[in-house]
Write a protein that binds this ligand. Structure first.
Ligand SMILES: *Cc1c(COP(=O)(O)O)cnc(C)c1O
Length: 335
């Protein structure tokens, strides 16, 4: 349903808008049992890889499209706002009343309209669906869309072009747009490459769906890897089948393991990244993935809550929805 040619087409449309980000060796490599290369999507203009899929989807809109709409409070909303502005298109992002003010302002600052609907993500989606009809706007979903998936897949093209010896890709996994796109590209270029998706322990909808053999719903829990939250959609059309068929394995990490990995990346590589970005490092540090000589992962985004991030890197407790992650300060041991 999606092939290397689709990813190559995406690479041409995003050229010059989404950056070809650096691929750098992690200073943690020694203690992880193999070289780990970091693809720095934290350096994208709006701070996350989602720009790739959004730019490609916007470039492929039917001629005469009035504008685009989505309901996302996170990186997809920001990316769509950015991509639409680059094409001088109207963009509407629907959110619930529960979304913090700074996120609303962040998306407005990119020139998008923010519409507040109800008190939940479901209410916001209902509002988005209604507005898409009344205002003739195209709804661009965050992961279950062929153009979005192809756009995210360009990350694997760039990684394998920069470093053809990569034998393993460790891919943060939520709705699976990133993993599906990267897997299509990587399998076509290097059929024997090892592809592993990584999610957080609690609320991993794609992992649970692959186990069940069909899309299932899971309960959502607050997580340090907040960008990995949310379902995959019971009517999932693309990302589920691609992840199920192309990934070799899916691994889950605990909040304490994510905490330790954020601290390690900061102190050893001096990098600021979201919890979702470090799940591969967390899995390697916890011994949940067997290391190989040339591994690569994606630092997917840098749009982290800085108050929470400061607590993590200074070894303080972090409380998420009534659940406390006990602080531990290993920072100085990384030197
Ligand atoms: C969206 C996102 C992910 C997960 O991508 P999926 O395509 O939903 O699997 C990981 N990290 C960050 C920072 C994200 O914004």
């Amino acid at each position: 349903m999606l092939a290397l040619g689709d990813i190559l087409a995406a690479a041409r449309t995003i050229d010059g808008i989404a950056s070809d980000t650096p691929l750098v060796p992690s200073m943690l490599s020694n203690r992880l049992g193999g070289a780990l290369w970091l693809k720095l999507e934290t350096c994208q203009p709006m701070g996350a890889f989602k720009l790739r899929g959004a730019v490609h989807a916007v470039a492929n809109l039917p001629h005469g499209t009035a504008g685009v709409i989505c309901c996302s409070t996170g990186n997809h909303g920001r990316a769509l706002a950015f991509a639409a502005a680059a094409r001088k298109l109207r963009a509407v992002v629907c959110m619930s009343q529960l979304v913090p003010h700074n996120k609303v302002e962040g998306i407005r600052a990119l020139g998008a309209e923010v519409h507040i609907h109800g008190r939940s993500q479901d209410d916001a989606q209902t509002g988005a669906t209604r507005l898409s009809h009344t205002d003739d706007l195209v709804d661009i979903p965050p992961f279950d869309d062929p153009h979005v998936i192809a756009g995210q897949g360009t990350i694997a093209l760039e990684m394998l072009a920069a470093h053809p010896d990569l034998d393993t890709l460790l891919i943060p996994l939520s709705g699976g747009g990133l993993a599906a796109g990267m897997a299509v590209a990587a399998r076509a270029i290097r059929p024997d490459i090892r592809l592993i998706g990584i999610s957080m322990e609690r609320g991993a909808a794609m992992a649970a769906s692959i186990d069940a053999g069909r899309p299932v719903q899971v309960e959502e829990h607050p997580s340090l890897a907040d960008s990995l939250g949310g379902g995959i959609g019971l009517g999932n059309r693309y990302s589920f089948a691609l992840c199920r068929d192309l990934l070799d394995d899916v691994v889950r990490v605990t909040e304490a393991e994510i905490y330790a990995a954020m601290q390690a990346l900061y102190h050893k590589d001096r990098m600021v990244a979201e919890g979702a970005s470090v799940v591969a490092i967390a899995a390697l540090m916890a011994g949940k993935i067997a290391p190989s000589p040339q591994m690569g992962t994606v630092l997917t985004g840098r749009n982290v809550d800085m108050a929470q991030f400061t607590r993590v890197i200074t070894g303080q407790d972090v409380t998420l929805g009534g659940h406390t992650i006990k602080g531990q300060d290993k920072g100085l041991t990384y030197g």
